[in-house]
Design a protein around this ligand. Sequence first.
Ligand SMILES: [Zn+2]
Ligand SMILES: [Zn+2]
Length: 344
Amino acid sequence: MRKLVLKEPYKLEMTTAEIPEPAENQVRIHVKKIGICGSDPTIYKGLHPYVSYPLVMGHELSGVIEKVGKNVSPDRVGERVAVIPHIVCHECDACKKGIYNFCETLKCTGAEADGAHCDYFCIEAEMAVKIPDEMSLEEAAMVEPACVAYHGAKRGHIEPGETVLVVGAGPIGLFCMQSCFALGAGKVFVADMDKNRLELAKKLGATGTIAVGEENLKEGLTRYLGSEKKVDVFYDCVGEKGIVFNNILEIARRGTRIVVIGVLQNAYNVPLLPDFVQHELSVSGTTMYVPQDYVEMIDLMGKKQIRTEGMVSQHITLEEIPQMLEDIVNRRVQTYKVIVDVNE
Ligand SMILES: [Zn+2]
Ligand SMILES: [Zn+2]
């Protein structure tokens, strides 16, 4: 089978490998679709803190089960699945409660263990989650990033009818916006610098959009709501140097909740920490998802309550991944969600 190996940063090589045999608790998946993640260029450049080389990337995948290990029901052969890219110990306190994202020895395939940039991929049967007939394999490959957003959205503890602002209209931001509605929000606004992304936000149901660059968050919120103080929960889907987070701290009403879903860079401090304390704000972190999020997200996507229309910007083949990553890191291409058609 084909297997794309990142031998060292910037060096992806297509190799030929034996088709892997599933271990007793595993299934073998014929890989169908893989999404390129925002973290993939970071891994490709050698800047991801937990990665060692050589590595097979690819953690947003869907496929069809085509062989099972001896402890797995043979009825599962032929099942179409979305994959939780986690290897867990099943023995630590977190694992015993099913909180796999807190497993003490958690490894994410595609980053800390080999991922799915190949034709066949083996993973524990529990991590292959069945999708309904009405869901496409392309949508199934987007369940992983959708769950990052959905798990983060839950961390805001939205009450029915509340008003939300999501900053950042990339795939995670727009899955977050839709997740907030699914969790009961009444109004969800989206802010971003990119107007095309805001157009997509509107098509997918945003109550209103704020084009940062033309107006700031306070002006945009005042235009829609009469005051920036009407927002109950903020989501920072940008992270990075913390500029968005600070902007949120400047305008947040007392008692507001803030969830940071974007990845904050290391050397960041919070100049507004005294305000943060005096205004009784809450900040939540979030990391990945738990299996229950997959079950709920697959249901929400199946019912079209969470949609992916307009999100896929390019389709490529497994062979075209190296060129696409080069183009992304050199900013030669505009992408939203790139889908790799591994096998038809
Ligand atoms: Zn990802
Ligand atoms: Zn564990």
